[in-house]
Design a protein around this ligand. Structure first.
Ligand SMILES: Nc1ncnc2c1ncn2[C@@H]1O[C@H](COP(=O)(O)OP(=O)(O)OP(=O)(O)O)[C@@H](O)[C@H]1O
Ligand SMILES: Nc1ncnc2c1ncn2[C@@H]1O[C@H](COP(=O)(O)OP(=O)(O)OP(=O)(O)O)[C@@H](O)[C@H]1O
Ligand SMILES: [Mg+2]
Ligand SMILES: [Mg+2]
Lengths: 255, 255
């Protein structure tokens, strides 16, 4: 089993889109995949066709009430793809989690208790913040994927994310690795091309070879409640997230 | 004096870009403007050419240490435009604020203590979250501007933002008004045009007439540490944010 956290303090960099699309592409390859929505916005839940207000048990119950993990997993209509949805219970998680002792390991504890584990991959969507909720995801993760746009504010946020990884490694999860993923790239845009080159120089192997370009079909797929690989299987977005899934598979084999 | 909070739980919708560009356009019209950076990412601070790590007194000191407001204001190189910068002190504000009694009114209390008030407009950039920091901005605001992209997740976030306004009105600031601002619009994109029409039907007068379209110059201006009105005064971004500043002036006159 391999756990991936998708996180970046910067907002709007395609964290949710990457969690959903990468997850769906891994499921298509035959892996059993669990997606976890840790964002109070519940965008991942919405994008899979669920109405967050109608969700009974959620990631909020898992983190705040220590409900067993398998009891909050929901089947989706997509093969090999299950979800732990978010609902309004996650709204106060940022304030309520720090009241508990060892609050940063509640998700990891919940995952470790599951035996046998039915999933090969767990992929976690995080809110745009560095706080108690994101720490839970990082404590449980083998790999942190940091989606980033090739833009100034996004590139600057990587500084805080590197500091976060160092602190997680020294405090609770020494073996967490990271990979930066360039998303929403517009090849025709000069600033995008310049910053992309800078990222490649700065991060080298720390950057996925796969790059996700702008594809308006990725904006449309949440409206119909389907991952891009189901909504428009031949779109640029589908192809690029499939290549990313294969690159991740290769990376995991080498670990 | 008129206080505007720029907030949306959804990430990457141009909150920082709007705070900076609208503030600069109001300063150009001759108004004395104070910008306040309440986001731990410190993007507004960065976009005005400051290095957040070199900032001595910050918005963190204002909210957490009750330092007087005028002592944390910094001059910028732009006429009529001053800033309360953010630094790493804001990182823990979300967890530390709720410890204080009446934590949601600390910013408003700090503003009310200033006499005489040298600024005509205060514009506050918020982090992508609904929490203690954003509540401080809303408690102090006459108007909440909600930047939104014409995309599915952004439009969905407006539901939570409307609930937030209702709660702020019933708990602490009964007269707060709101206006939704469409940002980053790509007129050639069908999904953008459809959602824009839906927003106009749903919000009517609650929507600014001014719409901000995609303009890559807005991505570039933070790199040189200048607002768009100084970096590229004849760009589409400059023109549209100037029109927005005039629409806001008109709106304030009618209050
Ligand atoms: N490659 C892409 N091409 C075009 N649009 C994209 C792409 N990836 C994501 N988007 C759109 O960009 C917006 C931001 O993406 P998304 O919501 O996934 O980011 P996020 O990092 O999860 O945001 P938040 O910080 O609010 O959680 C969404 O409207 C999404 O549909
Ligand atoms: N009209 C526009 N045209 C093109 N790019 C834009 C426009 N407005 C903002 N941007 C760019 O889009 C990105 C997101 O904008 P910005 O950072 O201002 O959003 P935000 O809501 O403040 O994000 P966060 O939620 O992280 O605080 C930035 O890289 C910015 O330069
Ligand atoms: Mg998201
Ligand atoms: Mg911002």
């Amino acid at each position: 089993m391999y756990t991936v956290a998708i996180s970046n303090e910067k907002g709007g960099v395609a964290k949710t889109t990457t969690t959903l699309s990468l997850g769906a592409a891994l499921a298509e390859l035959g892996h059993k995949v669990l997606l976890i929505d840790l964002d109070p916005q519940a965008n991942l839940t919405l994008a899979l066709g669920f109405e967050p207000n109608n969700v009974a048990l959620s990631s909020g119950d898992l983190l705040l009430e220590s409900v067993p993990l398998l009891s909050v997993c929901q089947k989706t209509t997509f093969e090999n793809l299950e979800l732990i949805p978010a609902n309004s219970k996650m709204d106060r998680a940022e304030q309520l989690l720090p009241i508990h002792l060892n609050y940063a390991s509640r998700l990891n504890d919940a995952i470790q208790e599951v035996s046998p584990m039915p999933y090969e991959y767990i992929i976690i969507d995080c809110p745009p913040a560095i706080g108690a909720v994101t720490r839970n995801a990082l404590d449980a993760a083998n790999l942190l994927i940091i989606p980033t746009q090739a833009e100034y504010f996004s590139a600057y946020a990587l500084r805080d994310m590197m500091a976060l990884i160092r602190s997680v490694r020294s405090e609770s999860n020494p073996s967490i690795a990271y990979r930066v993923l360039i998303t929403m790239l517009d090849q025709r845009n000069r600033a995008h091309r310049t910053i992309r080159e800078q990222l490649q120089t700065t991060f080298g192997d720390g950057l996925f070879e796969t790059i996700i370009e702008i594809d308006t079909k990725l904006r449309e797929s949440p409206i119909v409640g389907m991952p891009i690989t189901e909504y428009k299987p031949n779109s640029r977005g589908s192809k690029q997230y499939r290549v990313l899934a294969q690159e991740l598979e290769e990376y995991v084999k080498q670990q």
